[in-house]
Design a protein around this ligand. Sequence first.
Ligand code: 2M8
Length: 500
Amino acid sequence: VDVPEHLGEADAETWRGATAILAANWTGTHTVPSRTLYPHQWSWDAAFISIGLAHVAPERAWRDLRSLFAAQWPDGRVPHIVFDPGVTDRDYFPGPTFWSGGGPTGSDGGGPKPDGDLPTAGRAAAPGGLPIPTGRTAKGDASTSGNRSIGPASSGNGAGAARSGNGAGAARLGSGIVQPPVHAVGAWEVYRRAPDEAATAELRWLYPRLVAQQEYLATARDVGGAGLAAIVHPWESGLDNSPAWDEALAGVPVAVEVLRRYARRDNQVVSSDHRPTDDDYARYLTIALSYRDGGYRDADLAVRHPFLVECPGFNALRGAAELALARIAEVVGADPAPHRERAASITRQLLDRLFVPATGMFHALDVRTGLHSPARCVNGLLPLVLPELPAGQVASLVTALESARFGVGPRMPVPSYDRSAVDFDPFRYWRGPVWFNINWLLRAGLRTHGRDGLADTLRSALLDLVRHSGYYEYFHPDNGAGIGSPAFSWTAALTLDLLA
Ligand code: 2M8
């Protein structure tokens, strides 16, 4: 392992530890978030992972992004999970059988049960309802495959997204929902570390695909009609059980029987106190089934889909992606101007629609009711990544970051939820614990706005966490103890970036 010369022995050890985790979680074509809990490829994880791999194995960073985008749909959406055909449905739920339309939505009762004879992802692919990705497929050209594909064939968005193969072997199936689009930021970070010819070729391959991803979000997902993308599932935010979704979720009917028909797996792997509740999980499945059984179409979502929310974090990251695309466009000879304009317009819409002066933060907006979530959650601070955020809003987000609610201190990074809220829960996933990726983004935002002192404090606090506790998935917001997966890829990857 090449360790940067400026690192002392303790930091060198941290560097080697992080590098070893990324190596252990590499499958040969992509990196898994964690071997124990998440055995497939996840969308925004891949972006954060690429930012770390840029320092130790740029070829793996590009390969990871290629693997993900090989599963992009013709309508531009990038699946939030791209399934590994070698992993069974038993190892992660909901897996490919669920997303491709298998399982007991009707009377067939053939879905994943804990002790059934489960199909592998590869076998599930044949009768599945998911479209063949735009990259190379097992059978060849996607457009001639016999799969019952939903929607995308007709949408054939321009951007030339991917008729060609990517050299990554047969394309894998993905889920039908998305995650925050951090990939242009990731690609730019990888490129700028080593801007050679090979990296330029990678950007050329990725650029039209990244554009198609952004176009999908800007059009099909503009359910509210104002230019912000709506998420159709809490999983799309990446902040699964954040209190930001509580009100919108309360309006979703819970089909309790859904949990009797489908068995959770996540809470068998880590303590159920550290994961979403069964009630939440039943609603997650209900919402996913609604979208799936609607053929993953986005037309008329407003009148038929039970969960539609504009998330400030998701949309801020769309804006950041446009700015990264502007830089990438300059390298590949495309016009950067439309990307800058889109970023400016997203910033304006965030201010208009999601900023709540009374709290001085951004809040999620339920498109179905027109109401803001009252919860002060960390996604409400993420618009800090936008360079054009006006000074007044920057100041009020920084005030929130320094307040007792989010309290960046020398010893602790930013928690996922307001510490003073009565339902702040230091263990339960996105309802209190500290997450590395979010803090990495907040630090980047602070630097963007010249708040270097606070950015440095945050960096030190993050590094202290991994030094003391290891490369965990998330951390207890008071004592820093590691929670969830102990060898988590984005924690390791972003540690490398902080140390480099
Ligand atoms: C978590 O989400 C998945 C569903 O996508 C899960 O709970 O099973 C979230 O923390 C998400 O942000 C992350 O991308 C994923 C994999 O690390 O795990």
